[in-house]
Write a protein that binds this ligand. Structure first.
Ligand code: FAD
Length: 633
């Protein structure tokens, strides 16, 4: 039988991005012995790559901002499919979480009078993103890690061991959750370095594994993002909602091929960058949809006036929510008006002085210089849509981040509901802090409620052995399918058939192709041994990518409308009836998934009253409208 290293904790957090670190801090502060596990090096997570900033209605840049306006923007951006309680908690608590980061040592950029500076971003009515140049995520992770070290130092002083109550397990990948009689009892994984197996026993597990982008060919996501947490939750019996909604960020690099997909931050547009097609036309004016027309400028003069005098001008259309901008770029390229390498032009060089660009966008300046030999202070960038973020995720309770599997919690990108059909830029970093903390508290409370009662190891062991056998399968098969070939075929399938624009027959074809890929995945072979074998690591994550791909394609086929990050060419309209429904995916036997329907929780009347009746009439069914809005119809 394989050897396991065993660890016992009160709370185990899988993932060391913003959500995982904030959850771990919260659990540890409740006195829980807590483990934080990370597939990559400690500190390397998508959170650290976040550039633009964290959205919070601090009201520093415009005193009119407050949580209700942030709530309204978030729900508007998500096209009314958001879980309203999550959107409310997020908007209410984000400012406190940002100030807490500052208290822990984060150094945000400042306003001239010394308060936290806030920048403009798509879909946010006021400048709202707390930021550190275009390296906000780095500061956030640095601060959270520093807080963890501070807690460890306190434990070292008190107990003689820095790891006594909070320990980090870097380069350790979880491949299975251990579940006994419907409850979570821990997690099973392997160390990347030596391939050794690890069993974590704990009454409460928090999933904070982030995104799924690696199943698409063009993506801003890095190698870790194979949908592990989504798949672990499904296999443990939890459900995923909103999986049809995948965010394609409008601006990824398109050239050279080796860097295709790498993100070009939205701050470029927030700070004045404009999009032009091959004819030099600022085309976004042609793509303002009716639902947003009242808030966006109609002329270049009006749009340009907004940067200095937002009170008297409407916003530039480059700052529409991401789904709108991504579709617009897609249409321009398809119509033959794209840039030489199949994107469009994003130009900040003619909009800001060179030194201002270097000051505000240092990483972008460096990125283009180093990777594409383009000087963004003098030339336009070539950009196009890239798979960036998944709105869908594990269905959770808004207050505690609990899933419907006892003992399992989820927060951050792996959780669903908060962002509805489309996430606004900047709302992820704040989401991580708000719901990471709530998940840590929820898990701590759950463990406290078990009163020290633990499932004995004998009950856990068979599941761990099964997970180990499963993990070893691809190593034993000498001459099976190469995992890289399978991965590449999966990326083609998802990019070509389940991308920005979808069609019923193509989604059906995608599901058929996924079945064939699933069959092939049982015969994967990863030559080599267990010591740092990347082919083996990929072989273990492919089943996760396959089941999550299936969840996306199946939900996308089911939802016969277009909304946010889900566009159906064959159902181009947004439907008020579909607005009332979340699609909920569960696993049903090996590889299979079922898609169920669940009503979207209702927006309470006092929050519905924040919207203009005319706006509500564009989204809600007649029966749902408050009386005044129904009359206006
Ligand atoms: P992550 O930060 O992605 O961390 C996930 C963690 O889980 C990692 O530690 C990973 O190693 C670990 N993990 C995964 N699978 C396993 C496993 N099987 N076992 C163990 N560990 C595992 N959002 C904003 O709000 N503002 C921005 O400006 C912004 N810019 C972005 C720029 C880029 C380039 C990208 C890619 C994203 C950006 N986002 C931004 C989105 C945002 O960064 C992410 O949505 C967010 O950081 C996700 O945080 P998280 O804590 O949920 O997960």
């Amino acid at each position: 039988a394989p050897d396991f290293t065993r660890h016992t904790y009160d709370v185990v957090v899988i993932g060391a991005g913003g959500a995982g670190l904030r959850a771990a801090i919260a659990a540890r502060e409740q006195g829980m012995r807590t483990a934080v596990i990370s597939k990559s090096l400690f500190g390397k997570a998508h959170t650290v790559m976040a550039e633009g900033g964290a959205a919070a209605a601090l009201g520093n840049a415009n005193p009119a901002d407050e949580w209700r306006v942030h709530f309204r923007d978030t729900v508007r951006g998500g096209k009314f499919l958001n879980d309203p309680r999550m959107a409310e908690l997020h908007a209410r608590e984000a400012p406190e979480r940002i100030l807490e980061l500052e208290y822990w040592g984060a150094l945000f950029d400042r306003t001239p009078d010394g308060r936290i500076s806030q920048r403009n971003f798509g879909g946010h009515e006021y400048p709202r993103l707390a930021h550190v140049g275009d390296r906000t995520g780095l500061e956030m992770i640095r601060t959270l890690q520093q807080r963890i070290v501070a807690l460890q130092q306190a434990d070292a002083a008190e107990l003689g061991d820095p790891d006594a109550r909070l320990r980090v397990f870097p380069e350790t990948a979880i491949t299975e959750l251990l579940v006994h009689e419907g409850r979570v009892t821990g997690a099973f994984g392997y160390r990347r370095e030596d391939g050794g197996f690890v069993v974590f026993e704990a009454p409460a597990v928090v999933l904070a594994t982030g995104g799924i982008g690696k199943m698409f060919r063009t993506t801003s996501n890095s190698w870790e993002y194979t949908g592990d947490g989504h798949a672990l939750a499904l296999r443990a019996g939890a459900s995923l909602i909103n999986m049809e909604f995948v965010q394609f960020h409008p601006t990824g690099m398109v050239w050279p091929p080796s860097v295709r997909g790498i993100l070009v931050t939205e701050s470029v547009r927030g700070d004045g960058g404009v999009l032009r097609n091959a004819d030099g036309k600022r085309f976004m004016f042609d793509y303002v949809p009716d639902v947003f027309r009242a808030q966006y400028a109609e002329t270049e003069a009006e749009a340009d006036g907004w940067y200095d005098d937002p009170a008297h001008h409407r916003r530039p259309p480059e700052l529409l929510p991401r789904d709108e901008v991504a579709r617009a770029i897609n249409s321009e390229v398809k119509a033959g008006r794209g840039s030489p390498h199949g994107g469009v032009f994003l130009d900040v060089s003619t909009r800001l002085p060179a030194e201002e660009i270097r000051r505000r966008l240092p990483s972008m300046h460096h990125q283009f210089k180093e990777l594409a030999d383009v000087d963004i202070t003098a030339e336009a960038m070539e950009v196009g849509p890239t798979c960036h973020y998944v709105m869908g995720g594990v269905r959770v309770d808004a207050e505690t981040a609990a899933t419907d599997v006892p003992g399992l919690f989820a927060a951050g990108e792996v959780a669903g509901g908060m962002h509805g059909s489309n996430r606004l830029g900047g709302n992820s970093l704040s989401d991580l802090l708000v719901f990471g903390r709530r998940a840590g508290l929820g898990a701590a409370e759950y463990t406290a409620g078990t009163n020290g009662h633990r499932i004995p190891y004998e009950a856990v062991e068979p599941k761990a052995s099964e997970a180990a056998e499963h993990a070893l399968a691809s190593l034993k098969q000498g001459t099976g399918e190469n995992p890289y070939t399978l991965h590449s075929d999966l990326q083609d399938t998802m990019n070509d058939l389940v991308g920005i624009i979808r069609r019923g027959p193509e989604l059906t074809e995608a599901l058929e192709r996924l079945s064939r890929l699933e069959e092939r995945s049982t015969g994967l072979s990863a030559p080599g041994d267990r010591v740092y074998n990347p082919g083996w690591h990929l072989a273990m994550s492919l089943p996760n990518m396959l089941v999550v791909s299936r969840a996306i394609a199946a939900a996308a086929l089911e939802r016969e409308e277009s909304r946010g990050g889900h566009t159906r060419d064959d159902f181009p309209e947004m439907s008020a009836r579909w607005r009332r429904l979340n699609l909920e995916v569960r696993v049903d036997g090996p590889g299979g998934v079922t898609v169920g329907r669940r009503p979207v929780p209702e927006i309470p009347p006092e929050l519905l009253a924040l919207f203009d009746p005319d706006e509500l009439a564009k989204y809600l069914t007649k029966e749902e409208l408050p009386e005044t809005a129904a009359d206006a119809d």
